[in-house]
Design a protein around this ligand. Structure first.
Ligand code: SF4
Ligand code: SF4
Length: 319
């Protein structure tokens, strides 16, 4: 676990934000818990959150755990800000906001959310961990949590479930779903949108600034629309895909985005059926398609989102 602390004395005097902002936090410590799995950008969300709090002159404590992060392992980060923050970790039941970049991780951490007043913001994306998929035969069920969003949202004081990954994919890069969630988060915290844009632009790679700002606006607009009309959320939930707990026979296709593959070899080594190899350009390739069961292990473990097992309409598989 890594812990960072920043106090208002550390701040440059010409910071854009003023200490008058975010008045609700002046009264006490605010707690934001961000959870997900490796490769999703939990730490980036946490750093943006911590930096914004810092720019507003708050005492900020941030702690994070990212063991096995690059292999789909659990990653979480606590961000606490206020006049004076004593501990870097959020006690159970005290998170004001729980941001989940992966659905089941959100459910696992629900007991940290303040039951009376907490806000739950979650991507409905499902990343099934390998240990939930011990039976990898075609058609086998996994042990992944299957509570649907509407059931979960009924248990929290304020809840938002959005298909951030689908929205990010529409913008051209599903890896920016974390910035879409930052947009949604910005709508429930009392910081000005301009400071979010400024900090995001500082923190993401320069060539992705425009795309990330677009993602931020997409998430923020979505959340503001839902604030105004909660019925919209209910309507959207009805159309969300169910957790991919079953690999149906012959209705999937394995897609590899070659430009994203950096040839790390993880998928090749971890595929239980040994159907992947690296080609002459050190890019992953499906060399034994007839053995692939669609178990998704390669998809979940690829740190670069370069492999996807895509569900096809019944009978459409080309294998
Ligand atoms: S290629 Fe991927 S989906 Fe197919 S069997 Fe191997 S790990 Fe599973
Ligand atoms: S597809 Fe992903 S896991 Fe496989 S070699 Fe490329 S980057 Fe590594």
């Amino acid at each position: 676990m890594r812990t960072e602390t920043a106090r208002r004395d550390d701040l440059p005097s010409n910071d854009a934000a003023s200490n008058d902002a975010a008045p609700e936090a002046r009264a006490g410590t605010r707690n934001v818990l961000i959870v997900g799995v490796g490769g999703q950008g939990v730490i980036m969300v946490s750093k943006v959150m911590a930096r914004i709090s810092q720019l507003h002159g708050f005492d900020v404590k941030q702690s994070e755990v990212h063991g096995m992060a690059k292999r789909g392992g659990v990653v979480f980060s606590h961000v606490r800000y206020g006049e004076t923050v004593w501990s870097p970790t959020i006690p159970k039941g005290k998170a004001d906001v729980l941001v989940a970049l992966e659905w089941a991780e959100g459910l696992r951490w629900l007991n940290f959310l303040n039951k009376e007043s907490g806000t739950f913001i979650a991507d409905t994306q499902h990343i099934v961990p390998p240990f939930a998929c011990l039976d990898r035969k075609r058609g086998a069920r996994s042990g992944y949590l299957i509570e649907p969003p509407e059931v979960v949202l009924d248990q929290v004081a304020d809840g938002y479930a959005l298909d951030a990954t689908a929205l990010a994919t529409e913008l051209g890069d599903r890896r920016i779903s974390n910035t879409i969630l930052l947009g949604a988060l910005s709508s429930v915290l009392d910081f000005e949108p301009e400071i979010w844009r400024q900090v995001i632009a500082e923190m993401v790679p320069p060539k992705t600034v425009e795309l990330n700002l677009k993602a931020f606006e997409t998430g923020r607009d979505w959340a503001l629309r839902v604030h105004e009309n909660p019925e919209l959320l209910r309507q959207e939930l009805r159309h969300l895909p169910l957790p991919p707990v079953v690999a149906e026979p012959d209705d999937f296709e394995l897609r590899i985005t070659e430009e994203w593959c950096k040839g790390c070899d993880i998928c090749v080594k971890m595929c239980p059926e040994r159907c992947l190899s690296l080609n002459a350009l050190t890019v992953a390739e499906l060399t034994r398609p007839e053995r692939c069961t669609g178990c998704r292990i390669c998809e979940w473990l690829c740190p670069d989102f370069a492999i996807e097992v895509v569900k096809l309409p019944a009978g459409a598989a080309a294998r």
